[in-house]
Design a binder for this molecule. Structure first.
Ligand SMILES: Nc1ncnc2c1ncn2[C@@H]1O[C@H](COP(=O)(O)OP(=O)(O)O)[C@@H](O)[C@H]1O
Ligand SMILES: [Mg+2]
Length: 405
C-alpha cells in the first residue's frame, strides 16, 4: 500500500516535484519503499521455502524409515511382501495432509493484518446514525427548519456549528458567508445528513430529518460541492448521473442555464466530448459550470452550493456566481461562499464566525450597518484591488482563465 501510494504520488505530482527540485528525494523514498517490500517478499519466500523443504525432508526420512522397518519385517517373515507397499506409501499419503501447513501459517498472518484493517473501519465512529425504522418522507420538504442547531465533528472539542437557526420556505434563497473554518461546509453536511446534529432540530416538512432515511433527505436536498467530482467520461454521461435517461433537450437546457451550452455546441464532439480524468481537459470555470448544470438537472427541491467558485480567479468566480444566481432564481437555494459578490440577489445573508451566526439580514442592510459583513466587504475590496490580473482575465472571457489560477 505504501509503495502504491508513493508511486501514484510520484506520477501525479511529477511536474510539481520537478519544479520544486524534490524529484530525486521522492524517487529515493519510492525506492526505499520498494526495498522494504522486496525484503518482506524475500523473507516470506524464504520462510515458505524452508517450510516446504523441511516438510519434504521429514516426509522423505519417514518414508525411508518406514521402508527400512518394512523391509526388515518382510525379511523376518512378519509382514507379507505385498503389504510392504502399504507401509512405505502410507507416510507419503499422511504427509500430504500437512504439506499445506507452512502456507497456512503465512496466510493466517496476512489475514490477521487484513482483518485489523477491516475492524478499524467497522469500529470507526459513525458520522450519521440512520433510523432503524425510517418515517415516510413528507410530500414536500417545506418548510425546511433548523432551530438551535449544533454539530460537532468526531474527535473535535469545539462545535463546528452552534445555535444555528434557519427556515427555508419554497423559493427562498439565502447566502451563508464567513471566513474559512467558520462552519459553512459543516452546515452543508448537516443539511445533507452527512453529519449528525448534536442538539437542536432539523425538520423537513415537519418531520425530523433524523427520522428519515438519509437517501430520502438527499432526494430533497442536493449539493453542488466545492470540488464536485467529474468522471473520466463524456459531458453527457457526467450530466446524466443526476438524472438517468434525461433527453438531450433536458441536458442542453441544464447546460444553457449553467452558461455552458455555447461552449459545448462549439466542440466537434458536442455532448460526447470526453472531459478527462477529474475533468482535466476543462478549465476550472468549465468544471464548476458542468457541476452546476448537473445539480440543476437533478432538480432538487433544495439546492446547497458549497463555494462553487472557490478555486477560480476572481473575475471567473464572480461571473459564475452571477450566472448561478440567475439560474437558481425562484429555487430554494443555500449559497455558501466566502466572497460577497452578487449577494444582493438573495433574500437573506447569514454571517458565520467560529460556528456562530454573528449577523443576518438582507444584504443591503448588512452592507450599510457597521458590523462583520461590512468588514468582510472592505477586506474584499482591498484584495480585489491587489488582484490586478482579475480585470485582464475578465477581458479575455470568463471561460478562458489560465489553468494555473
Ligand atoms: N472532518 C472533520 N473532522 C474534524 N474537524 C473538522 C472536519 N471538518 C471540519 N472540521 C472543523 O470544523 C470547523 C468548521 O469547518 P468547515 O465547516 O469546513 O468550515 P468552512 O467550510 O467554513 O471553511 C473547523 O474548525 C474545522 O477544522
Ligand atoms: Mg468549506
Amino acid at each position: 500500500g505504501a509503495l502504491a501510494t508513493a508511486v501514484a504520488d510520484l506520477l501525479r505530482g511529477c511536474a510539481e516535484l520537478a519544479v520544486a527540485g524534490a524529484l530525486r528525494d521522492r524517487i529515493e523514498r519510492t525506492r526505499a519503499a520498494d526495498r522494504t517490500l522486496t525484503g518482506i517478499a524475500s523473507r516470506q519466500a524464504a520462510a515458505a521455502a524452508l517450510g516446504a523443504g523441511l516438510s519434504a525432508l521429514v516426509c522423505g526420512v519417514t518414508v525411508a524409515g518406514a521402508a527400512v522397518v518394512g523391509v526388515q519385517a518382510v525379511a523376518d517373515g512378519r509382514l507379507a511382501g505385498v503389504a510392504l507397499a502399504v507401509v512405505v506409501l502410507t507416510p507419503l499419503a499422511a504427509f500430504e495432509a500437512v504439506t499445506g501447513l507452512p502456507l497456512a501459517v503465512q496466510y493466517r498472518q496476512r489475514v490477521r493484518h487484513s482483518a485489523e484493517r477491516v475492524f478499524e473501519v467497522l469500529d470507526a465512529p459513525v458520522p450519521v446514525h440512520e433510523p432503524a425504522r425510517p418515517e415516510t418522507p413528507p410530500a414536500s420538504p417545506f418548510p425546511v427548519e433548523l432551530t438551535g442547531l449544533s454539530a460537532r465533528h468526531a474527535g473535535q472539542e469545539r462545535e463546528a456549528l452552534a445555535g444555528f437557526r434557519l427556515t427555508l420556505e419554497a423559493g427562498r434563497r439565502v447566502a451563508v458567508v464567513g471566513a474559512s473554518g467558520s462552519g459553512k461546509t459543516t452546515l452543508a453536511q448537516v443539511l445533507l445528513r452527512f453529519l449528525d446534529v448534536e442538539s437542536g432540530m432539523y425538520r423537513l416538512g415537519g418531520v425530523p430529518a433524523w427520522e428519515l432515511d438519509g437517501d430520502a433527505v438527499r432526494r430533497f436536498v442536493g449539493l453542488c460541492a466545492q470540488d464536485a467530482h467529474l468522471f473520466d467520461s463524456s459531458v453527457r454521461e457526467n450530466l446524466r448521473l443526476a438524472r438517468t435517461g434525461a433527453s438531450d433537450e433536458e441536458l442542453r437546457e441544464a447546460l444553457r442555464r449553467a452558461r455552458l451550452l455555447d461552449w459545448v455546441d462549439g466542440l466537434p464532439q458536442g455532448l460526447d466530448t470526453l472531459v478527462g480524468e477529474h475533468g482535466s481537459r476543462l478549465s476550472g470555470g468549465q468544471r464548476q459550470r458542468l457541476a452546476l448544470a448537473r445539480a440543476l438537472l437533478a432538480d432538487f427541491p433544495v439546492l446547497v452550493l458549497d463555494e462553487p467558485a472557490e478555486h477560480l480567479d476572481l473575475a471567473t468566480a464572480d461571473a459564475l456566481t452571477d450566472d448561478l444566481l440567475r439560474a437558481t432564481e425562484g429555487r430554494t437555494t443555500v449559497l455558501i461562499t466566502h466572497r460577497l459578490h452578487g449577494l444582493d440577489a438573495v433574500d437573506e445573508v447569514l454571517v458565520l464566525d467560529g460556528g456562530r451566526t454573528v449577523q443576518r439580514g438582507p444584504y443591503a442592510e448588512l452592507a450599510e450597518a457597521e458590523g462583520p459583513l461590512r468588514r468582510m466587504l472592505e477586506q474584499e475590496r482591498e484584495t480585489d484591488l491587489l488582484a490586478v490580473g482579475g480585470g485582464a482575465a475578465a477581458a479575455l472571457g470568463t471561460d478562458r482563465e489560465p489553468r494555473v489560477s
